[in-house]
Design a protein around this ligand. Structure first.
Ligand code: GRF
Length: 220
Protein backbone atom coordinates (compact mmCIF):
# COMPACT_ATOMS: atom_id res chain seq x y z
CA UNK A 1 0.00 0.00 0.00
CA UNK A 2 2.84 2.35 0.84
CA UNK A 3 4.12 2.20 -2.73
CA UNK A 4 0.82 3.59 -3.90
CA UNK A 5 0.97 6.67 -1.66
CA UNK A 6 0.78 9.81 -3.72
CA UNK A 7 -0.68 8.09 -6.75
CA UNK A 8 -2.91 10.50 -8.59
CA UNK A 9 -6.58 9.85 -8.06
CA UNK A 10 -8.91 11.25 -10.64
CA UNK A 11 -12.63 11.69 -10.76
CA UNK A 12 -13.47 11.36 -7.12
CA UNK A 13 -17.13 12.07 -7.66
CA UNK A 14 -19.09 9.02 -8.61
CA UNK A 15 -22.61 7.94 -9.21
CA UNK A 16 -21.88 4.79 -7.29
CA UNK A 17 -19.16 5.78 -4.88
CA UNK A 18 -19.65 7.59 -1.62
CA UNK A 19 -17.88 10.88 -0.87
CA UNK A 20 -14.25 10.46 0.15
CA UNK A 21 -13.46 12.20 3.42
CA UNK A 22 -10.21 12.94 5.25
CA UNK A 23 -11.10 10.22 7.74
CA UNK A 24 -10.99 7.76 4.86
CA UNK A 25 -7.64 8.90 3.55
CA UNK A 26 -6.39 5.34 3.23
CA UNK A 27 -9.17 4.73 0.77
CA UNK A 28 -7.49 7.17 -1.59
CA UNK A 29 -4.45 4.93 -1.75
CA UNK A 30 -6.52 2.21 -3.32
CA UNK A 31 -7.33 2.15 -6.99
CA UNK A 32 -11.00 2.57 -7.72
CA UNK A 33 -12.30 -0.32 -9.81
CA UNK A 34 -15.69 -0.91 -11.35
CA UNK A 35 -16.84 -4.26 -12.65
CA UNK A 36 -19.03 -4.69 -15.71
CA UNK A 37 -21.10 -7.84 -15.67
CA UNK A 38 -23.25 -9.23 -18.45
CA UNK A 39 -26.72 -10.69 -18.66
CA UNK A 40 -25.37 -14.23 -18.25
CA UNK A 41 -22.91 -13.39 -15.52
CA UNK A 42 -23.28 -15.19 -12.21
CA UNK A 43 -21.01 -12.69 -10.55
CA UNK A 44 -18.52 -15.22 -9.19
CA UNK A 45 -15.45 -13.46 -10.61
CA UNK A 46 -16.83 -10.14 -9.43
CA UNK A 47 -17.22 -11.61 -5.94
CA UNK A 48 -13.67 -13.01 -6.06
CA UNK A 49 -12.31 -9.55 -6.86
CA UNK A 50 -14.39 -7.87 -4.14
CA UNK A 51 -13.23 -10.43 -1.58
CA UNK A 52 -9.58 -10.07 -2.61
CA UNK A 53 -9.74 -6.28 -2.23
CA UNK A 54 -11.39 -6.58 1.17
CA UNK A 55 -8.82 -9.11 2.31
CA UNK A 56 -6.08 -6.66 1.33
CA UNK A 57 -4.64 -8.90 -1.39
CA UNK A 58 -5.37 -6.33 -4.09
CA UNK A 59 -4.79 -2.60 -3.48
CA UNK A 60 -8.15 -1.59 -4.87
CA UNK A 61 -11.68 -0.82 -3.86
CA UNK A 62 -14.61 -2.00 -5.93
CA UNK A 63 -16.61 1.15 -6.42
CA UNK A 64 -19.48 -0.16 -8.44
CA UNK A 65 -20.89 -3.12 -10.33
CA UNK A 66 -22.50 -2.16 -13.62
CA UNK A 67 -25.14 -4.55 -14.94
CA UNK A 68 -27.38 -4.53 -18.02
CA UNK A 69 -30.54 -5.24 -15.99
CA UNK A 70 -31.55 -5.42 -12.37
CA UNK A 71 -32.49 -9.09 -12.56
CA UNK A 72 -29.16 -10.50 -13.75
CA UNK A 73 -27.76 -12.93 -11.15
CA UNK A 74 -24.65 -10.85 -10.50
CA UNK A 75 -26.76 -7.97 -9.16
CA UNK A 76 -28.04 -10.03 -6.26
CA UNK A 77 -24.48 -11.17 -5.54
CA UNK A 78 -23.22 -7.56 -5.56
CA UNK A 79 -26.04 -6.43 -3.29
CA UNK A 80 -25.30 -9.30 -0.93
CA UNK A 81 -21.71 -8.08 -0.75
CA UNK A 82 -22.83 -4.51 -0.16
CA UNK A 83 -21.33 -3.23 -3.41
CA UNK A 84 -23.22 -0.39 -5.15
CA UNK A 85 -24.90 -1.40 -8.41
CA UNK A 86 -25.67 0.70 -11.47
CA UNK A 87 -28.06 -0.68 -14.07
CA UNK A 88 -27.16 0.43 -17.60
CA UNK A 89 -29.27 -1.28 -20.26
CA UNK A 90 -27.81 -1.51 -23.79
CA UNK A 91 -29.40 0.70 -26.46
CA UNK A 92 -29.18 4.29 -27.65
CA UNK A 93 -26.19 6.10 -26.15
CA UNK A 94 -24.96 2.96 -24.41
CA UNK A 95 -21.30 4.00 -24.50
CA UNK A 96 -21.94 7.42 -23.00
CA UNK A 97 -24.21 5.98 -20.34
CA UNK A 98 -21.60 3.42 -19.39
CA UNK A 99 -18.94 6.14 -19.14
CA UNK A 100 -21.25 8.14 -16.87
CA UNK A 101 -21.87 5.14 -14.62
CA UNK A 102 -18.12 4.51 -14.44
CA UNK A 103 -17.29 8.07 -13.35
CA UNK A 104 -14.73 8.01 -10.58
CA UNK A 105 -13.32 4.64 -11.57
CA UNK A 106 -9.70 4.26 -12.57
CA UNK A 107 -9.94 0.69 -13.79
CA UNK A 108 -12.71 -1.41 -15.28
CA UNK A 109 -12.92 -5.18 -15.06
CA UNK A 110 -15.22 -7.12 -17.36
CA UNK A 111 -16.60 -10.27 -15.77
CA UNK A 112 -19.12 -12.18 -17.81
CA UNK A 113 -19.60 -9.21 -20.14
CA UNK A 114 -19.97 -10.75 -23.61
CA UNK A 115 -20.51 -7.65 -25.78
CA UNK A 116 -17.84 -5.66 -27.52
CA UNK A 117 -17.09 -2.76 -25.22
CA UNK A 118 -18.26 0.55 -26.74
CA UNK A 119 -15.47 2.80 -28.06
CA UNK A 120 -16.45 5.55 -25.64
CA UNK A 121 -15.41 3.36 -22.73
CA UNK A 122 -12.15 2.30 -24.37
CA UNK A 123 -11.28 5.94 -25.09
CA UNK A 124 -12.11 7.00 -21.53
CA UNK A 125 -10.08 4.13 -20.02
CA UNK A 126 -7.08 3.59 -22.30
CA UNK A 127 -5.25 0.41 -21.24
CA UNK A 128 -7.36 0.41 -18.10
CA UNK A 129 -9.90 -2.28 -18.97
CA UNK A 130 -9.34 -5.96 -18.21
CA UNK A 131 -11.30 -9.05 -19.18
CA UNK A 132 -11.15 -12.69 -18.18
CA UNK A 133 -11.71 -15.45 -20.70
CA UNK A 134 -12.11 -19.14 -19.77
CA UNK A 135 -9.45 -20.56 -22.11
CA UNK A 136 -5.80 -20.15 -22.88
CA UNK A 137 -6.08 -17.42 -25.51
CA UNK A 138 -5.54 -17.17 -28.41
CA UNK A 139 -7.04 -20.65 -28.39
CA UNK A 140 -10.82 -20.86 -28.16
CA UNK A 141 -11.53 -17.15 -28.21
CA UNK A 142 -13.32 -14.73 -30.50
CA UNK A 143 -16.86 -13.75 -31.30
CA UNK A 144 -19.42 -16.23 -30.01
CA UNK A 145 -16.89 -18.06 -27.86
CA UNK A 146 -18.18 -17.66 -24.34
CA UNK A 147 -19.62 -19.76 -21.56
CA UNK A 148 -19.99 -23.49 -22.06
CA UNK A 149 -19.19 -23.18 -25.79
CA UNK A 150 -15.57 -22.56 -24.90
CA UNK A 151 -15.32 -25.72 -22.81
CA UNK A 152 -17.21 -27.77 -25.42
CA UNK A 153 -14.62 -26.72 -27.99
CA UNK A 154 -11.71 -27.50 -25.67
CA UNK A 155 -13.03 -31.00 -24.91
CA UNK A 156 -13.88 -31.65 -28.59
CA UNK A 157 -10.35 -30.65 -29.60
CA UNK A 158 -8.86 -33.20 -27.18
CA UNK A 159 -6.80 -30.59 -25.37
CA UNK A 160 -4.69 -31.85 -22.47
CA UNK A 161 -4.85 -28.55 -20.60
CA UNK A 162 -7.01 -25.48 -20.37
CA UNK A 163 -7.23 -22.52 -18.04
CA UNK A 164 -8.02 -18.86 -18.22
CA UNK A 165 -6.58 -15.63 -19.57
CA UNK A 166 -6.77 -12.14 -18.13
CA UNK A 167 -6.04 -9.60 -20.85
CA UNK A 168 -6.38 -5.93 -21.69
CA UNK A 169 -9.52 -5.18 -23.65
CA UNK A 170 -9.42 -3.79 -27.18
CA UNK A 171 -12.03 -3.17 -29.85
CA UNK A 172 -11.81 -6.85 -30.87
CA UNK A 173 -13.13 -9.89 -29.04
CA UNK A 174 -10.60 -11.62 -26.78
CA UNK A 175 -7.57 -9.79 -28.10
CA UNK A 176 -5.26 -7.43 -26.27
CA UNK A 177 -2.10 -7.98 -24.32
CA UNK A 178 -2.20 -10.89 -21.91
CA UNK A 179 -1.67 -9.97 -18.26
CA UNK A 180 -1.82 -13.47 -16.84
CA UNK A 181 -2.73 -17.03 -17.77
CA UNK A 182 -3.38 -19.83 -15.29
CA UNK A 183 -3.57 -23.44 -16.40
CA UNK A 184 -5.38 -26.55 -15.28
CA UNK A 185 -5.51 -30.07 -16.70
CA UNK A 186 -8.27 -31.42 -18.90
CA UNK A 187 -9.09 -34.89 -17.52
CA UNK A 188 -9.83 -37.79 -19.89
CA UNK A 189 -13.38 -38.11 -18.54
CA UNK A 190 -14.11 -34.38 -18.47
CA UNK A 191 -17.40 -33.10 -19.77
CA UNK A 192 -17.67 -29.42 -20.76
CA UNK A 193 -19.47 -28.84 -17.46
CA UNK A 194 -16.83 -30.50 -15.30
CA UNK A 195 -14.08 -28.64 -17.14
CA UNK A 196 -15.98 -25.35 -16.74
CA UNK A 197 -16.10 -25.89 -12.99
CA UNK A 198 -12.35 -26.53 -12.78
CA UNK A 199 -11.52 -23.51 -14.95
CA UNK A 200 -13.83 -21.25 -12.93
CA UNK A 201 -11.96 -22.11 -9.73
CA UNK A 202 -8.75 -21.11 -11.50
CA UNK A 203 -10.36 -17.88 -12.70
CA UNK A 204 -11.11 -16.87 -9.13
CA UNK A 205 -7.39 -17.02 -8.40
CA UNK A 206 -6.27 -15.45 -11.65
CA UNK A 207 -8.42 -12.33 -11.86
CA UNK A 208 -7.48 -10.82 -8.47
CA UNK A 209 -3.83 -11.72 -9.08
CA UNK A 210 -3.88 -10.07 -12.52
CA UNK A 211 -5.47 -6.93 -11.08
CA UNK A 212 -2.87 -6.84 -8.32
CA UNK A 213 -0.10 -7.06 -10.94
CA UNK A 214 -1.36 -4.27 -13.17
CA UNK A 215 -1.95 -2.00 -10.18
CA UNK A 216 1.53 -2.61 -8.88
CA UNK A 217 2.98 -1.75 -12.29
CA UNK A 218 1.38 1.69 -12.24
CA UNK A 219 3.80 4.53 -11.38
CA UNK A 220 3.07 5.96 -7.96
C1 GRF B 1 -16.32 -16.54 -16.73
O1 GRF B 1 -16.14 -17.87 -17.15
C2 GRF B 1 -15.42 -15.62 -17.49
O2 GRF B 1 -14.25 -16.22 -17.92
C3 GRF B 1 -16.26 -15.25 -18.68
O3 GRF B 1 -17.57 -15.20 -18.21
C4 GRF B 1 -17.69 -16.03 -17.07
C5 GRF B 1 -18.27 -15.19 -15.99
O4 GRF B 1 -18.56 -15.96 -14.87
N1 GRF B 1 -15.82 -14.01 -19.26
P1 GRF B 1 -19.00 -15.27 -13.53
O5 GRF B 1 -20.20 -14.43 -13.83
O6 GRF B 1 -17.87 -14.46 -13.04
O7 GRF B 1 -19.32 -16.40 -12.59
Amino acid sequence: MGARRGRRIFGLSSRCGSAITLADVKETERASVSILVGSRGRGSNMAAIVEATRAGRVPAKVQCVVAPASDVPAVAVAEGLGVPVAVVPPGEGYGERLVAALAGSEWVCLAGFTRLLPDEVLRRFPRRVLNIHPSLLPKFGGKGMYGIRVHEAVVAAGEMESGCTVHYVTEHYDEGEVVLQMRCPVMPDDTPASLAERVLAVEHQAYPEALRRVLNEQPS
